[in-house]
Design a protein around this ligand. Structure first.
Ligand code: NAI
Length: 304
């Protein structure tokens, strides 16, 4: 192998990785792949049912046993991500066992799908708690360690249901879109500490999608087709941050929140009428020259 080839290899030797919800589906697949490439993995999973009820420690234990029997290094953690104490203990598990932390994959998730009018407060709260508060809580605990070390890679799991919309998932879509907002701030705050934070929007065969796709389709949506993007984004080689990637059955694409040139009506000093909006509707909604912005301050350039 040449020096260049050696340098282009994605390895995680001496890297410590936390994957939340790593007991099944996508998280399990990431855990196995990180371990194969030398990572020391914290397999977090309380072993919940799809709706977040129940616990079953054997779910995380099985993945740890699988990694160890293949010669890899892993430890189980059974905390729920949705409390600050649980999140702190997940990070403490990494520090106590492996003394450091390099990578966090916020993957834990549940579903409580209902149409808006049927959604109960409990269904709303549970989904927001696991996806959003959970990602916040573990990220906050991890960020302190990463900041001190000037190194970190974080991946949040959003969803096409949030980015593009889906019937009967307003709780899930709201929580998953909030993970994009969390990524935006974390990546900006992490920039000077070499902490990169990105989002993936996966589609994969798991218990979450078992009822949605026919058998022959499920075969093409192996979680193993999503894992390479997660590993890349969590590698030293990756220098990108604040990006969102669709990953499904071998399809990888960047998706973005864009800002169009729009139109400036007046100079801000005079009255603007609803009729002015009507008159300028085409210019306001034109998306042809839209571009991603680095941060909120960039919007001021349109009115300066
Ligand atoms: P899954 O149900 O197989 O895996 C989710 C895991 O999260 C489970 O092992 C579960 O025990 C764990 N979990 C649940 N509550 C938890 C908590 N409070 N703390 C820690 N762990 C908890 O589902 P899948 O498909 O592997 O989902 C992984 C992630 O990908 C989820 O965030 C999901 O919303 C997201 N996603 C999946 C898609 C798919 O097509 N499978 C599509 C878009 C997003």
């Amino acid at each position: 192998m040449t020096f260049e080839e050696e340098m282009s290899q994605i390895k995680f030797n001496d890297k410590v990785v936390i994957i939340t919800g790593a007991g099944s589906g996508l998280g399990r697949c990431y855990a196995l792949e990180f371990a194969k490439r030398g990572a020391k993995v914290v397999v977090n999973d309380p072993g919940s049912a799809l709706d977040g009820s129940d616990t079953n420690r054997s779910v995380a234990d099985r993945v740890v046993a699988e990694i160890r029997s293949a010669g890899g290094i892993a430890v189980a953690n059974y905390d729920s991500v949705d409390s600050m104490a649980g999140a702190n203990h997940i990070v403490a598990t990494a520090l106590d066992n492996f003394q450091t932390l390099d990578v966090l994959v916020n993957n834990a998730g549940i579903l409580r799908d209902k149409t808006l009018l049927k959604l109960s407060e409990a269904d709303w709260d549970a989904v927001i708690a696991v996806h959003l508060k959970g990602a916040f809580a573990v990220t906050q605990a991890a960020f302190g360690v990463m900041k001190a070390r000037h190194y970190g890679r974080i991946v949040n799991t959003t969803s096409g249901a949030a980015l593009y919309g889906n019937f009967g998932q307003s709780n899930y879509a709201a929580a998953k879109m909030a993970l994009v907002g969390l990524m935006n701030s974390v990546s900006i705050e992490g920039a000077k500490y070499n902490i990169k934070c990105n989002c993936i929007a996966p589609v994969a065969a798991s218990r979450m999608t078992a009822d949605l796709m026919p058998e022959e389709m499920l075969e093409r949506f192996d979680p193993a087709t999503v894992a390479p993007m997660v590993l890349y984004l969590c590698s030293e080689q990756n220098q990108e941050s604040k990006m969102i990637f669709n990953c499904a059955a071998g399809w990888f694409s960047r998706t973005e929140i864009l800002c169009s040139d729009g139109v400036r009506i007046g100079d801000g000093s005079g009255a603007i009428s609803p009729e002015d909006i009507l008159k300028n509707w085409e210019k306001i909604t034109a998306i042809e020259n839209a571009k991603p912005l680095n941060n909120l301050m960039d919007t001021f350039s349109y009115v300066s």
